[in-house]
Ligand binder design. Sequence first.
Ligand SMILES: Cc1cc2nc3c(=O)[nH]c(=O)nc-3n(C[C@H](O)[C@H](O)[C@H](O)COP(=O)(O)O)c2cc1C
Length: 333
Amino acid sequence: MANLFSPITIKHVQFANRLAMPPMVRFVGEMSEEVSVTAGRVTPPVVEHYARRVRAGTGTIIVEATAVDATGRVWGNGFNLYADEHIADLALLASGIRSAGGIACIQLVHGGPQSSADLCGGHLLAPSAIPANDKAALPRKLTLAQIRTIQAHFADAAERAVAAGFHAVEIHGAHGYLLDSFLMRQRNHRTDTYGRSAAGRMRMLLETCQLVRERIGEKALIFCRISPFTKRDEGYTLEDLCAVVHGLEASGIDLLHLSTDGAYRGYFDTDKTLGHYCRELTRLPLMIAGGLRTPADAQRLIAENHADFAAVGTAMLRDPEFATHAREALQGG
Ligand SMILES: Cc1cc2nc3c(=O)[nH]c(=O)nc-3n(C[C@H](O)[C@H](O)[C@H](O)COP(=O)(O)O)c2cc1C
């Protein structure tokens, strides 16, 4: 039976164990200023922020959401991969993670209606002209040409991530950012082929994953992160989940990353977890994040076969030595 510290291989990539750090932007106030306030640059304290968690024994690091397009920037201190000049900085980070013995993945994002208007030249882009919330600016509806440009920018950024030395890229299809906003009934009122039906709303995400695969081939793994909970209040059904998961599998991704608001909470009015639902829908390796606070929480996720990887966010931010403490607690040192 697998446990948190069992190795696992996906294609040509060998993971030392099942413990991962999920993507977490370096919010000011949540970490020291020297780590968070870097104007998008990779500085030695930032490399250390990630590398020390690998040295403690975390097998996989998913570097925070990184902008694929200048029109989709969300955080002023966030990383960018929308130009070749960004590669050198990210290469420092990939190399810091790799030389500490970790698997290095980087999350790619377009903020869409949740971008920062200040950082994006004054206007936001979205599937429809519907603001992300009461306080957000009114975005402009993307044209078909703009959709294709953004998809190409995801592929360009993935190629740059490969050049920087990452083992994997993660497509951010979660949390209401651009790709997720296409999936959302309340945010996507399009009547063309990128809306109208469940299949139409999925199209942006699936085509983007497919294009990234075509561009980078087998040079790196492709993860895709989705968050079914962001669509709960619009009646997201098991059928919707099934369609997205099957579509992603067909698009050629290598791992499905489920961002949940509770890895052990029941979905679709049952007590069955999202992980157990997805196990029945796909043979893709699964990673799950959400409320894994202790080593025992993470271990249970693997032992009960909810997922292949446990992504521990807040607890690993608070305790960089979480992996060491987990090994001590679960294996007696
Ligand atoms: C400070 C912080 C920054 C985050 N940044 C990202 C991000 O860049 N991309 C993302 O997909 N999720 C992001 N998240 C969500 C986490 O990846 C994770 O899914 C969430 O914190 C739930 O896991 P936890 O309960 O173990 O913290 C962030 C969360 C925190 C606390």
